[in-house]
Design a protein. Structure first.
Length: 231
């Protein structure tokens, strides 16, 4: 059995919440230390607070940057720039936030799995082991994400899992065409030059998995990125 710790913040928040909701049914059976159980419950509360209140600010910051770029480089004077006030954090802020939530979570998972009473069923109930399942390449769909990276270049990514990588299809304004492929989790578009200074373009991407040298499964959801010319 292989230990599972979610890498994405949103998924880790859900995993911690599920673990803490169910651990009371197994803590005695597994011989867990009460102090560790109580601490991971506090970690769950703190991480849920931080994660839940970080996303609105991240979304706000992204919108502000996009509006700033549009305000500076936009060509259509009929477009009005609307700036909203930033979201406010709740007034009650936890004060006992210890660094190292993931490390402590990893340790208590090890404690669970090292118990002589641990079973796959318990691990699945606690959400701390990777589920067993049949890998069907043709059922894959990349969970593609994208953003502007260093130098204003689009940076895309997707979980590889058991796939070799993925093909990238791009629409620069004349429809989707095969553009590139990657064997890494992330990929940066360095093949097409950014637009001239003071202008912007909309580039669209879709990814599809590669397995044994062939494209398989379904295309990812469309990723839309606005790129700007650098001065």
């Amino acid at each position: 059995m292989e230990k599972l710790i979610e890498t994405q913040d949103a998924k880790l928040a859900l995993q911690l919440g599920g673990f803490c909701f169910s651990i009371g049914d197994y803590s005695t059976l597994l011989g867990l230390e009460l102090t560790k159980v109580n601490q991971i419950k506090a970690d769950n509360t703190n991480f849920a607070y931080m994660h839940g209140n970080t996303e609105p600010f991240r979304n706000y910051a992204s919108g502000v940057i996009a509006n700033k770029n549009l305000l500076r480089y936009g060509k259509d004077e009929n477009v009005l720039i609307n700036i909203v006030q930033p979201p406010q954090w709740p007034t009650v802020v936890p004060t006992d936030m210890k660094a190292g939530v993931q490390l402590r979570f990893s340790e208590i998972i090890d404690d669970c799995m090292n118990s002589k009473n641990f079973t796959r069923g318990i691990g699945e109930a606690l959400g701390i082991i990777k589920p067993e399942g049949v890998f069907v390449p043709s059922e894959g769909k990349p969970n593609a994400v994208g953003e502007l990276g260093n130098g204003g270049l689009p940076q895309l990514g997707a979980t590889k899992g058991k796939y070799e990588g993925y093909s990238i299809y791009k629409d620069s304004g004349s429809g989707y065409k095969f553009y590139d492929k990657s064997i890494h989790h992330s990929w940066i578009d360095q093949r097409e030059a950014l637009p001239t200074a003071g202008t912007s373009k909309t580039w669209k991407y879709k990814l599809i998995y590669l397995y044994k040298g062939k494209e398989v499964g379904s295309f990812s959801d469309e990723i839309i990125i606005v790129v700007f010319g650098n001065i």
